[in-house]
Design a protein around this ligand. Structure first.
Ligand SMILES: CC(C)(COP(=O)(O)OP(=O)(O)OC[C@H]1O[C@@H](n2cnc3c(N)ncnc32)[C@H](O)[C@@H]1OP(=O)(O)O)[C@@H](O)C(=O)NCCC(=O)NCCS
Length: 136
């Protein structure tokens, strides 16, 4: 990701989540040494899918992943996760994440990548539980 991608990343975020990060928050994430941001964009540099993760110590965490509604079910999230999990510094790290209990598409995606549910955080969200998933 580069500076020119941040605006469309924030727009995509706004269209996908009730409490979205703004452009400035993505800028901070991009500059933070423990946070990684990857995206897929059109020829016009509009981001249509992104992956936000953190890597600290022995752990890697998927903080968020989203695909523009118009481009879903075309393998974009899978492409991002395949790329990221294949990077050398991610190999042999435990990866964790939280996902809403009602978010079946995301759970299916994570299961496809070998993630298993290890814990439920009851009422973690105002209207939902959070499932904690991990991949060793
Ligand atoms: C979850 C999300 C990122 C998936 O993105 P995507 O680019 O459409 O996913 P892909 O096309 O790469 O799908 C990969 C796999 O994920 C699973 N999957 C994705 N969408 C699914 C759906 N609607 N129903 C069931 N499984 C789904 C499938 O296993 C799929 O593999 P398959 O096509 O071989 O069956 C997308 O639905 C999204 O942006 N949702 C809103 C944001 C969100 O909830 N993010 C997760 C936060 S934890």
């Amino acid at each position: 990701m580069e500076e020119k991608h941040l605006q469309s990343t924030a727009e995509l975020e706004k269209n996908c989540f009730p409490c979205p990060w703004n452009e400035e928050q993505f800028r901070h994430a991009m500059e933070d040494q423990f946070t990684e941001l990857y995206g897929i964009c059109t020829e016009e540099n509009n981001v249509i899918a992104y992956l936000l993760c953190s890597v600290v110590g022995d752990y890697a965490e998927i903080l968020n992943i989203a695909t523009d509604e118009k481009f879903r079910r075309q393998g974009l999230a899978e492409t991002l996760l395949t790329y990221w999990t294949g990077l050398e510094h991610i190999q042999n790290r435990q990866i964790i994440l939280e996902v809403r209990a009602k978010n079946l598409p995301a759970q299916k995606l994570y299961e496809k990548f070998g993630f298993k549910q290890i814990h439920v955080r009851k009422n973690y969200y105002q209207d939902d539980d959070a499932l904690v998933m991990e991949r060793n």
